[in-house]
Ligand binder design. Structure first.
Ligand code: ARG
Length: 253
């Protein structure tokens, strides 16, 4: 009996300290949603001084407002984001994740908030498409869909991984690699900002739908997010934001 009691107590204690995905009702009761992003992927999520901003940061603010929630932001290395979601350390991740089959096994994706793709950037104008990458060294950020897709280009000499996309870009500017693969809008923003740097934007290697993610099976939270996202896409506020950042509407058609 004594043993049984202590086992029961231990089980109860475990249940009390076990973190679990917060369903919508719990988040609503709190009034706050904990969202994790990277903050190193301009113009989508980045720091302007000490202020976290960017297209998807602002989209998230619009969506959360429609949900009647305030956001508590957390910024971490890209690699830690989905892992932390699986450990229920935050409610949602928004960091330009492309919806992939592999990731969808581990997390639940919301509806996409934009469509884009991986683009080849080089200093040498002769490196434009997948064929041109033959025998070349290519820089990508670790854990990204760029890495997965560059690996599929058979005749590549080497894929170099970097902890941030900014580091991957630096490798190209310092000519340590022949090409860099990143998001087409990231590439465009970098080229626009540094007109004299010699970035040559090549072809898109693949396209992808970019979405936020919640803990696997947290359908109540994903559903509420999707409903609010549809609303900001319908009321003109998404369109306005997209125009401000990209001068075009980047939603998936
Ligand atoms: N879209 C790419 C992917 O799905 C890259 C995302 C990179 N995001 C970031 N915050 N650095 O993997």
């Amino acid at each position: 009996m004594k043993l049984l009691k202590s086992v029961a107590a231990a089980v109860a204690l475990c249940a009390a300290v076990t973190v679990h995905a917060r369903p919508l009702a719990e988040v609503q009761k709190d009034g706050k949603i904990l969202i994790a992003t990277e903050g190193q992927f301009a113009p989508f999520n980045f720091f302007n001084g000490t202020t976290l901003t960017g297209f998807e940061v602002e989209v998230a603010e619009l969506v959360a407002k429609k949900m009647g929630l305030t956001i508590q932001w957390k910024t971490l290395g890209f690699d830690a984001l989905l892992t932390g979601l699986r450990q229920d350390r935050w409610d949602l991740v928004i960091a330009s994740h492309g919806i992939t089959e592999e990731r969808a096994k581990a997390v639940t994706f919301t509806e996409p908030h934009y469509c884009s793709g991986g683009m080849i950037i080089a200093m040498d104008p002769a490196i434009k498409n997948a064929k041109d990458l033959s025998g070349k060294v290519v820089a990508v950020q670790t854990g990204t869909s760029y890495l997965e897709n560059v690996k599929k280009v058979s005749s590549i000499k080497e894929v170099k991984n970097f902890p941030t996309d900014v580091d991957a870009r630096s490798a190209l500017t310092s000519r340590r690699v022949d090409a860099w693969v990143t998001d087409r809008f990231v590439a465009k923003a970098v080229a626009d900002k540094n007109p004299g740097a010699g970035f040559k934007l090549g072809d898109m290697l693949f396209i992808e739908r970019i979405a936020a993610a919640v803990s696997k099976g947290n359908t109540s939270l994903a559903g509420a997010w999707n409903k609010a996202l549809a609303e900001v896409m319908a009321d003109g506020s998404y369109a306005q934001l997209s125009k401000k950042y990209f001068n075009e509407d980047v939603r998936c058609s």
